[in-house]
Write a protein that binds this ligand. Structure first.
Ligand code: SF4
Ligand code: SF4
Length: 386
């Protein structure tokens, strides 16, 4: 991971063609030049040369990025804008993010975990489901409560382990914080599916992947988490499997010898299994952090789900992007509204995706529009239907 100054040459290769404007979701909503990569590059060159002084405004423009990497894909000069923006944040930003990764991080997550478990234990969800349309009308708090209810539901339970089956592959499962602390449903589905496909799985006690620390300008913290996780990941295996696109991109960002073994669970199962599912119409939202494998994932989805309907811009950001939706709620909502309109046009009742963050973002968007559709991680849907 380079320092900002080391990107000066790349910053200067920007031809100012402006193509990044046509893909940046934030530019499309705001029309502000300094939010798009070209504009940010001019600003950063000014800072590097000393023509500009770091200010609150610059801080805001640096934060106005979803890290969706859409501009990286589109840039004819192949400039990795999201990498440069992250380097700039790490040089300049004094950024405060929602759940800070500090010495109390685990305590905070365990407290949240307790709340989620208590809620599930209360079986209150049954009543919430019945009165959802009334609760939504309560306004912001009602919508927040429905969102909490949806993301706390366990869709898949863990099946009993089948012992003494010969295994074909050995994988390490990188369990992300959402699954670990808030909802184990996706992990249950992943473990059931790995077992069903005779894949041996190694479970370890990983730390947070560190990506929000990195994107928030806390590179030192990211490096500490990387060091701890890297020790655990350096074990002989065929693949390192993730059910969260964001964790997957973080581990790849570690840039260690195992990086090319990191794989999304759906992609891994597509390699080992040719299941075909003929059920109701489904659509799929591609998380920004799986953008690199867009073609492969799209092909596998088309092969696996005979009733797949592709939504327009299936690879565009859902607008959530963690803290972004809290710091810039209006822009986040506008981006989300577009995604929901595209979902509605597919007439699908199930929206599948591969990242817990997107599951939250898509549910939030659907609740805002009072639409009753189900959002699932793709591995949960596979487990339920295969
Ligand atoms: S697409 Fe690339 S080269 Fe063109 S203006 Fe944007 S950053 Fe510069
Ligand atoms: S990463 Fe996404 S949000 Fe950020 S500048 Fe590029 S296109 Fe815009």
């Amino acid at each position: 991971m380079k320092n900002l100054e080391e990107y000066e040459r790349e910053l200067k290769t920007c031809s100012k063609c402006g193509l990044c404007q046509s893909v940046c979701p934030i530019y499309k909503e705001t029309g502000i030049e300094t939010v798009v990569s070209r504009g940010k590059f001019n600003m950063l060159l000014g800072l590097i040369k000393g023509d500009l002084k770091y200010s609150q405004n610059i801080d805001k423009y640096l934060s106005l990025c979803l890290n969706c990497k859409a501009c990286d894909d589109f840039c004819p000069s192949s400039i990795k804008a999201s990498e440069i923006i992250t380097a700039a944040k790490n040089k300049y930003k004094k950024y405060c993010y929602t759940i800070k990764y500090d010495s109390f991080f685990k305590l905070k997550m365990l407290s949240l975990s307790f709340v989620f478990n208590l809620y599930r234990f209360s079986h209150f969800s049954f009543l919430v489901g019945k009165f959802e349309k009334y609760i939504i009308k309560v306004g912001f708090l009602g919508k927040l409560f429905i969102l909490f209810d949806k993301i706390s539901r366990i869709t898949v339970k863990r099946k009993p382990t089948i012992k003494n089956k010969e295994k074909n592959l050995k994988v390490i499962y990188f369990e992300g914080c959402f699954t670990k602390y808030l909802n184990p449903s996706v992990k249950n589905a992943l473990l059931n599916q790995l077992e069903k496909n005779n894949i041996e799985v190694i479970l370890k006690n990983f730390e947070c992947c560190g990506i929000s620390a990195l994107y928030s300008g806390k590179k030192d913290l990211f490096l500490k988490l990387k060091e701890k996780n890297t020790k655990l990941l350096n074990e002989e295996c065929d693949y390192i499997v993730c059910d969260c696109a964001t964790c997957l991109s973080a581990i790849k960002e570690y840039n260690e010898s195992f990086s090319n073994k990191v794989i999304d669970i759906f992609e891994l199962l597509s390699k080992t299994n040719s299941t075909q599912i003929q059920k109701e119409k489904i659509t799929y939202h591609l998380p920004c952090h799986l953008r690199e494998n867009k073609k492969e994932i799209k092909n596998e989805i088309e092969k696996t789900f005979s009733n797949y309907v592709e939504m327009k811009d299936f690879d565009s950001c859902c607008g959530f992007a963690g803290d972004f939706s809290i710091n810039f709620p209006e822009i986040s909502e506008k981006i989300s509204d577009k995604k929901i309109q595209n979902i509605e046009k597919t007439d699908s009742n199930y929206i599948l995706t591969s990242c817990p963050g997107c599951v939250i973002g898509l549910n939030k968007g659907l609740i805002n529009k009072n639409l009753n559709k189900k959002v699932l991680n793709i591995i949960e849907y596979l487990e339920i239907n295969s």
